[in-house]
Design a protein around this ligand. Structure first.
Ligand code: SF4
Length: 376
């Protein structure tokens, strides 16, 4: 549901560096890595959706369809996968179905509860327009409680108590709506994990005030940055943030400036910079290889120098019952030596030629793993 922005305070221009509005993801990106924010929102470089972002989108759309439209989990999932143009590599539909069912089962079903899902809201503040999406709002008028739920599709859980996102949404939601229950709670729900990993935080006035301060301070910090000077935007201190960053090649290139080309540092400070450069290069190569592989897979092999980058897929065929295979070979005039030591390529060939259907019972066959390589 998209709701018309609600004005809570006098509106002012949002910022010289953003594109008209703020959101939790924008502000937390700046807090995690100023340089990433600069690349995405100041330079406007593309930020391709990664695996976990796509899974999150598929899941959130599907659970919305289940709650709002009454779709079954499989209807909702296939609809959502279609909208997202397929499932990311390595994800399984049965696993996502399990997540959806688990998440849906965790939603309380009492008739007196008022439940709204995927609320797409925005409000105007003195710091500009803030957009936010709340996965689930559960109002319990009987007990005067308001819950905000946020679904997390991560593989590990974390504490709602120390995560600023729920108080951030809590403060905005209270501004937007004007009232909440006398008990106001936020809950993180982890449908990949056991229900015991879900956890909540009491959204006290103190917590909401802290979140408001975080919002104001973060926007003020961004507004104080120089959009014309890249060096004014610091790179992430915590380099685990770089693991899935699409800008890692840019950062790796920039780190090379001024370093000794022999790789031999002149002092400890330079040694640390070289170490940092090498780590960034490794990540950059990993990212580039994965993007390049996807392109080759979807388009064609690429000739470079005397070789070619290509996708190789070797079918795999196995026979557990060699005695039965020998018997089959004898009856059908096949090479017995080959039956005694059955190689996958021979098994695949015999399987293809067999019109009796007998070998289908003896041989297990799969297309095999795809490997991406440079072949000279
Ligand atoms: S690679 Fe790391 S330092 Fe560079 S923009 Fe991305 S997160 Fe920031």
């Amino acid at each position: 549901m998209t709701v018309v922005p609600k004005k809570t305070e006098a509106a002012k221009p949002a910022s010289s560096v953003n594109s008209g509005y703020w959101s939790y993801s924008r502000l937390s990106m700046f807090r995690d890595c100023e340089r990433q924010f600069y690349y995405k929102y100041v330079l406007g470089l593309p930020y391709p959706t990664n695996h976990s972002m796509r899974v999150g989108k598929i899941f959130h759309r599907a659970i919305e369809l289940m709650i709002r439209e009454g779709y079954s989990s499989s209807e909702a999932l296939y609809f959502s996968i279609g909208e997202q143009e397929g499932l990311p590599e390595g994800e399984k539909t049965y696993y996502l179905l399990g997540m959806l069912n688990k998440a849906f089962d965790r939603i309380p079903k009492m008739d007196y509860l008022e439940i709204s899902s995927e609320l797409d809201l925005s409000i105007k503040t003195t710091k500009g327009v803030i957009k936010f999406i709340i996965d689930l709002v559960i109002d319990d008028p009987a007990n005067d409680v308001t819950y905000l739920w946020d679904f997390k599709t991560s593989w590990t859980s974390f504490s709602a108590e120390t995560h600023i996102q729920l108080p951030f949404y809590g403060w905005l939601y209270k501004q937007y709506r004007g009232y909440v229950g006398s008990t106001f709670k936020g809950r993180l729900v982890f449908p990949r994990l056991d229900k015991s990993e879900d956890n909540e935080v009491l959204l006290t006035d103190e917590k909401l005030a802290k979140a408001k301060l975080w919002l104001i301070q973060t926007i003020t910090l961004i507004e104080a940055k120089n959009p014309d000077d890249q060096e004014d935007w610091k790179m992430a201190k915590d380099r685990s943030k770089c693991d899935y960053c699409p800008y890692v090649a840019r950062c790796a290139g920039g780190l090379l400036a001024g370093l000794s080309s022999t790789g031999e540092p002149r002092n400890l400070q330079e040694a640390e910079k070289i170490g940092e450069y090498l780590l960034s290069q490794e990540l950059a190569l990993k990212n580039m290889k994965s993007g390049f592989k996807k392109w080759v897979e979807e388009n064609q092999s690429v000739h470079v120098g005397t070789g070619v980058w290509l996708i190789e897929q070797k079918p795999s065929a196995k026979c557990e019952d060699v005695e039965a295979l020998i018997d089959f070979a004898q009856r059908n005039g096949l090479d017995l030596k080959k039956a005694l030591n059955p190689k996958p390529a021979i098994l695949a060939e015999w399987l293809l030629e067999d019109e009796t259907g007998e070998l289908e019972q003896l041989i297990s066959y799969s297309n095999g793993r795809k490997s991406f390589k440079y072949v000279k």
